[in-house]
Design a protein around this ligand. Sequence first.
Ligand code: AMP
Length: 416
Amino acid sequence: MAGKIKAIRGMRDILPPETGRWQAVESAAREAFALYGYRELRLPLIERTELFARSIGQDTDIVAKEMYTFPDRHGESLTLRPEATASVLRAVLENGLDKGGGVKKFYTLGPMFRYERPQKGRYRQFYQINCEALGSDAPEVDAEVILLLMEILKRVQLGASRLLVNSLGCPECQVKFKAGLGLFLINKEGLCEDCQRRRNSNPLRVLDCKSIHCREILKDAPVLRDYLCPDCAGHFTRVLALLSRFGVTYEEQPRLVRGLDYYTRTAFEVVAVGLGAQDAVAGGGRYNGLAKELGGPDLPAIGFAIGEDRLLEVLPENLGQGDGKKVFLAALGPGARDKAFSLLQTLRQEGIAAEMDFGERSLKAQMSQADRLGAAYTVILGERELETGQVVLRRMATGDQQQVALSLLPMVLAGL
Ligand code: AMP
């Protein structure tokens, strides 16, 4: 006999009732996006490899090691998207969504793919909620994007967390900083192999290294803040002042850099307390130069990505379970089953979630099915109940039972 086929390593099934929690997060995000004037984009999961190579940066872990890249049937190199920003920009430029002035605001939800070593909170297919605001370099937009992120996290009842912010400056600041950092790194011993290479090619990446040794060495490294030009410093000060005005608690984190090459100016991350090593539930920042890099116009932009998998690990267990008033109809005998089937549809028409079993199972078996389905009430219909027109309504949590006239049942249930 052939063996069972299993899901690929790092790719998992997200199943009920867990999917209910995911829906709650996504609905909360959609509501917040609508409040802030963001509209949804639905984009392909596969893009030309070049899109990511050019935008994310050749020397990043993502492009160097983590992309699912393959030739299609005509030999063109395609990649499963490892992140959404490059695709959003591609779509915006290709469809002229950047035209007409003003800030253009979009969001997109869906899976991303990275060939990373799977562990708790790190998967090879994971899900993000992405937000992008394009067309303005105003610090108000940075503040608004962060406020929106915090609004979403509040709506899903994220507990203890920290908002870390930094400024990565503009390309001019970065050139000076890279020189300073390069000088600092020049004769440091004990850097990992990757960092020994990066310190020449792209020293900023060294700051993002996950190795404990490298982190230790970097403790005394120069920080970007000391290299900001007056414009970038002014921008950052204004963003921070706006966050304070709206009561957002933040921590300046001068060592925060983001894993991709294209970030400029404001960068931020939200880390959840109690998540262990993979504690970043959201990250984002400005990427003013990316549109040009992709052959487009000068289009300053800022965005964030919420990591849904990680976020859900710290959210309340009962998120999205609501007050669920599901009703299970336990019918005994063919006549009762037929009546129950009609009642099922009547209840659903009234907006009451209802289910029944179509087999010929015992009352006990049907009651435990009702429990498994999370029914709040069970209605018991037997042949006798059909004759008297009275059914038994049982509240599952307490076991309380009452007789209700069949004709009044929809009204009674609607009022519970
Ligand atoms: P990034 O695009 O790397 O800035 O990631 C944004 C967010 O996506 C992170 O803060 C994580 O919450 C989440 N994330 C990134 N990589 C993974 C992964 N391999 N598995 C699960 N979540 C991830």
